[in-house]
Design a protein around this ligand. Sequence first.
Ligand code: C5P
Length: 233
Amino acid sequence: MNPILVALDVDSAARAMALADALRGSVGGYKIGKQLFTAEGPAVVRALTERGDRVFLDLKFHDIPNTVAGAVQSAVATGAWMVNVHASGGGVMMRAAADAATRAAAALGRPRPLVIGVTVLTSMTEAALAQVGVTRPVLEQVVHLARLAKQSGLDGVVASPQETAAIREACGEEFQIVTPGIRPVDQQGTDDQARTLTPAQAMKAGSTYLVIGRPITGAPNPREAAEQIAASL
Ligand code: C5P
């Protein structure tokens, strides 16, 4: 499938649906995060999934296992194709999320969503990790959490382009790696994303899916931008 997941980082369902309509067929799916979800709720997820679109519901659940299981169950009911949780919530929490996805999907007669872990947020530096008591280097912590995610039944992780190769090596070919921080060659270093790779470099490094926002949503013609990126892969 087309590995491009477009981040619908907009504040209204109307804008999200207009973008999705413009891009349908040129991308593999859409990512809905906390901004749009908090504004519009599950209705916007359903509006897309009912049209047959793949939705990555990026709410990064992190709570006690029972609460996360309930949240995943509710996410399955929206028809989400991919959901995520913080791997730092621990193995029991991740197992509860994976089991809830399996159970809820079976009960609703829907396909089971992929359950993905967030390892270390890319905004965290070594100093910021030390502040919360994690003293090993960032990459070691990322690989450690990716392994734990795999052992706990998750399907993959979200990872920065710099981390992809090490995770692929540690977790094997079947593990799904979802990579943000993607910029086409002519857009490297033009905004707040610091450590970027081009779409083709990220795929070569082992990414399964690419999360791309502004290079597509901020382009004068988003569909053309998406088609160019897809052609570059
Ligand atoms: O516009 P841009 O391509 O930077 O969008 C990237 C998307 O991926 C945003 O929704 C951002 O929140 C998300 N993301 C990220 N880095 C992470 C995790 C998620 O950029 N480590």
